[in-house]
Design a protein around this ligand. Sequence first.
Ligand SMILES: *[C@@H]1O[C@H](CO)[C@@H](O)[C@H](O)[C@H]1NC(C)=O
Ligand SMILES: *[C@@H]1O[C@H](CO)[C@@H](O)[C@H](O)[C@H]1NC(C)=O
Ligand SMILES: *[C@@H]1O[C@H](CO)[C@@H](O)[C@H](O)[C@H]1NC(C)=O
Length: 254
Amino acid sequence: MHSFKSTLLSAFLLLLCSGTHVHALDTSSHCGDYDSVTAGQYSLLLDQWGKSDASSGSNCAAITSLNGTTIAWKNPWKWAGGNKIKSYTNMQLNKGMNKGLKTISSIPTTWKWSHSTSGNVVANVAFDIFTSTTPGGDNHNEIMIWLANFSAGPICSSYNAYGIAVAVASSISLAGYTWDLHVGWNGSNNVYSFLPSNGVIITKFSGDLNVFIKYLRGRGSISSSEYLKTLQAGTEATSGTATLTASAYSVVVN
Ligand SMILES: *[C@@H]1O[C@H](CO)[C@@H](O)[C@H](O)[C@H]1NC(C)=O
Ligand SMILES: *[C@@H]1O[C@H](CO)[C@@H](O)[C@H](O)[C@H]1NC(C)=O
Ligand SMILES: *[C@@H]1O[C@H](CO)[C@@H](O)[C@H](O)[C@H]1NC(C)=O
């Protein structure tokens, strides 16, 4: 009895001593179309913007851990019908936005993930970055860095006779991998998509996202006078049944 009481007491003292650093992490599952869960410097965004294209389905996500700037989450989803993207459930960085591209020295990131599927899945696993022409202004350019293409395809202005997106540049060496660059217009902004060459799937990415932005600046695609607006990492889900498990993700804008 005594030891039980003292265990309780020390647990209580531990809580007291850690003071303001004790924040309950919301690890519950969220399924609302635009639910958002903020944890540390991130927000988990359900972002089910294309859901009306589905005949049936569901998409939920939960944060599973947070340690400093390293966060983990799980995103089980299931979509049937339609051929458009239904959801882009993602982890958004809330710190370091609206910086001028010229003033950013690096954007180191690490993303370790796995994907379990049943049947045919059309999806990607990708970073999505937006720039604006004024700090906090409207989205102007979109940069996607895909780590996996599961029978999906990037937005592209040019397709070959087999309906496959044609790259404007191939085998670009950046961040330790080679990439093909696709360019297109999504109705509201230019979209620059880097896909790993030869269908490579990168389940543990560690690199500097700024090298992709610098590459596009060097190519004259994006003006150096633009600003970083949004930086997200997640899965664009079109159809099938899958669970994305992001076991360790971190990103910082320097
Ligand atoms: C949290 O991160 C620190 C620094 O990287 C590491 O030493 C520690 O083991 C981590 N804690 C947990 C519970 O994973
Ligand atoms: C994406 O994956 C599908 C299926 O493997 C493949 O047919 C297609 O060519 C890929 N798209 C690109 C642009 O690599
Ligand atoms: C297209 O543009 C809108 C507006 O900027 C953006 O929110 C959306 O994510 C983009 N869609 C895709 C598929 O990239």
